[in-house]
Design a protein around this ligand. Structure first.
Ligand code: UD1
Length: 430
């Protein structure tokens, strides 16, 4: 089993290039099958989740050609069926985007129920509500969500909760429905805007993405395009907090600073300096960190996907901090692992009360999910001594070349596969 061995204590210093946004890529790859013409997508992160999407596309006859590590050509014209149920797709959340994409294009989709991180109940009732409002029938049979429509008709849809997935899914189906769709209480995340821009570049007519009301005029056909995915806000935020906890000085490059505002604001509140330029943000942690309170919210609020990373930093910040998780109810499972590293955190329901400690110490821990896993890596980088992190497959779902990027900033981290390799790492770094 592969693990990360980490010796903490080195401040992270230098520059790191941020890749394309995973969550935008999952939706955009699915949307690419909506035209028969070739689509070229750049800045696709090379991750387990994006590979699973591409494999699923090939399994239904779509031609996928990798032009280089981050550029892919997709030809949806060769699509042969609408049933997606291969094993790798069952593990990821973004698989549900094939529902909206195929319903829009083929008026039918059958997709295995989505997996993804175990961070609480993750219902898809709002996706289903949206498809039904467009005139589709939706049912679950033998582990597949089956949706079909004789006619897909534009509609006025109010989403009961702000959902990234439901907004994007309804957007995709509505792009090829007849007439106008209005989505109210839409999610405003940067990747919602990115998917809308992508669909518009294929000839869709979508206005208002990035606000809470999105208007879609359905078109009967979409055409080929070339498109580059936006940078990953969460990958960037993870490196920014890694700089904070290791008392480092890191510049994240190839980012859109506007997308990072809530993250930058919290870093400044806890005592870091944050400098923004056109496409980079520099975080300098020269002073001791101080406490703050934070509540996760839909964009432009503080992202739930950054909650474990800020908790790790607050665990090392002077004073008492409170973190409230308002999006997913089961997102503090990693706190037990952090406690093993010396953190002083009490979780009550959706709230973590954190009394800052002076230091973490290395321990053997497991990554419970993607973002918590990455946050535990940052804790280990700040800790005294060696940590061994298990279940890194979760982390690899969302961070490309994570150990290599951290090494380039001076971190002592290696992927290891045996006790012998761990011993070698201890000797080499000791
Ligand atoms: C996406 C992201 C995930 C991120 C989350 C919130 C992907 C693949 N995953 O997940 O990384 O943490 O957005 O930014 O892009 N809800 C319902 N009914 C629904 C849909 C959602 O009640 O039909 C609830 C969820 O339980 C949750 C909230 O709405 O409490 C937000 O979920 P949503 O934005 O849909 O998250 P995901 O699309 O699953």
């Amino acid at each position: 089993m592969e693990q990360y061995a980490i010796r903490g204590g080195n401040p992270l210093v230098g520059e790191v290039e941020i890749g394309g946004a995973k969550n935008a890529a999952l939706a955009i790859l699915a949307a690419a099958v909506m035209t028969d013409e070739p689509v070229i997508i750049e800045n696709v992160p090379d991750l387990r989740d994006t590979m699973a999407m591409l494999q699923a596309m090939e399994s239904i006859g779509v031609v996928v050609e990798k032009l280089d590590r981050h550029t892919v050509k997709i030809i949806g014209g060769s699509l042969k069926n609408v049933v997606i149920e291969d094993d790798s797709i069952k593990k990821i959340r973004g698989s549900y985007y094939f529902l909206g994409a195929l319903l829009g294009k083929c008026r039918r989709a059958e997709v295995a129920l989505p997996g993804g991180c175990n961070i609480g109940l993750r219902p898809i009732d709002q996706h289903i509500k949206g498809f039904r409002a467009l005139g589709a029938d939706v049912r679950i049979e033998h582990g597949l969500i089956i949706t079909e429509a004789q006619q897909l008709k534009g509609s006025h849809i109010y989403l009961d909760v702000v959902s990234v997935g439901a907004t994007i899914n309804v957007l995709m189906a509505a792009a090829m429905a007849e007439g106008q769709t209005i989505i109210e209480n839409a999610a405003k995340e940067p990747h919602v805007v990115d998917v809308a821009n992508f669909l518009n570049s294929m000839g869709a007519n979508i206005k208002g993405a990035g606000t809470d009301v999105i208007r879609v005029k359905g078109v009967s056909k979409l055409h080929g395009t070339e498109y580059a995915i936006i940078p990953d806000q969460i990958e960037a935020g993870t490196f920014m907090f890694a700089a904070a906890v290791t008392k480092g000085d890191v510049t994240v490059k190839n980012v859109i600073p506007k997308h990072l505002e809530s993250i930058s604001a919290k870093l400044m509140e806890i005592g870091c300096e944050v400098e923004e330029s056109d496409d980079a943000v520099r975080v300098v942690a020269a002073k001791p960190l101080t406490h703050t309170h934070v509540k996760t919210l839909p964009y432009p609020g503080f992202p739930t996907d950054m909650q474990p990373q800020i908790t790790v930093a607050l665990g090392l910040s002077k004073g008492t901090s409170i973190v409230t998780e308002s999006i997913f109810e089961n997102r503090f499972k990693y706190v037990d692992e952090l406690t093993r590293m010396g953190a002083n955190i009490k979780v009550e329901g959706n709230t973590a009360i954190i009394d800052g400690v002076n230091k973490y110490t290395g321990a053997s821990i497991s990554a419970p999910d993607l973002r918590a896993g990455a946050a535990l890596v940052t804790a280990a980088l700040a800790a005294e001594g060696v940590s061994i992190i298990d279940d890194i497959k979760f982390i690899e779902r969302g961070y490309e070349d994570f150990p290599q990027k951290l090494q380039s900033l001076g971190a002592l981290i290696e992927k290891v596969g045996s006790e012998r390799e761990i011993q070698k790492f201890r000797l080499k770094t000791g």
